[in-house]
Design a protein around this ligand. Sequence first.
Ligand code: MF3
Ligand code: CO
Ligand code: CO
Length: 293
Amino acid sequence: MIGRNDPCWCGSEKKFKKCHFPLEENRSKSLKDKYLKQYKIRIKSPEEIQGIREASRLASSILDKTCQMAKKGVTTLELNNFAHELHLQAGAIPAPLHYGKPPYPKSICTSLNEVICHGFPDETPLKEGDILNIDVTAYYKGFYGDCSRMVLIGEVDEPKARVVDVSYEALMRAIAILKPGIPISLIGETIESYAHSKNCSVVYQFVGHGVGCAFHENPQIPHCRNKSGILLVPGMTFTIEPMINAGVSDAVIDPFNKWTARTKDGAPSAQWEHTLLITEEGYEILTTWERSL
Ligand code: MF3
Ligand code: CO
Ligand code: CO
């Protein structure tokens, strides 16, 4: 192999390192090392990105199909079992099942009305006026894709419609600013300033997260104002998943199941989630669901 100080292969008689040395590759390798050492953030290779893209596409397709099943009278456990089967049919594993401590007992999260996140699917039938978040994370061929959407059951009242719309708009506004070089703190700034302008609060106890090679990786992505100076770089993959409340921002964890988070004041909460990739030009939304469905 040609060394840094050998004459360049091109015949210029300059040293290789001063001539055709592959600088780009070198720079991106040292950035990758720096992010891993300094922040424990894994910058993904093109092969990993393709794997995460496929897992994200599958998670979105399972999410869309499960949302279409969510109608008045259907129980959240039926939605769980339907989504579980779709994972298996595709050769995937539902990542939430047995995840964490205590082990999460179901294959998806179903969070109704005042439930902020991590609602357990159960025998509760959906009823007129409910808002429901369905969260699907698929583990497929070694990679993770994570996404969630809201479903409205019939006519919903004003505070519920507001949190559903504000959380969606907050997510899309935060995505729109993504590009290499911006600090992570700008994401939370964008979400919180928008939510407050619409008379809503932002949950601070749960964050978006790096995702792809593991279910939850660094960095954390706060949805409220914060001081994270970490700069986005191409090859980062993470979620944004703002939880927006109609009342106070505080979440209370269920003392019995140790997972389910509800609003402290019982007011409604809503959430939407995408898995994103930072590219040279800006971003790519890897989870392909669309709100109009
Ligand atoms: N899918 C959720 C997220 O967006 C995490 C669910 S934790 C689990 O990060 F245990 F329920 F899977
Ligand atoms: Co997530
Ligand atoms: Co999720």
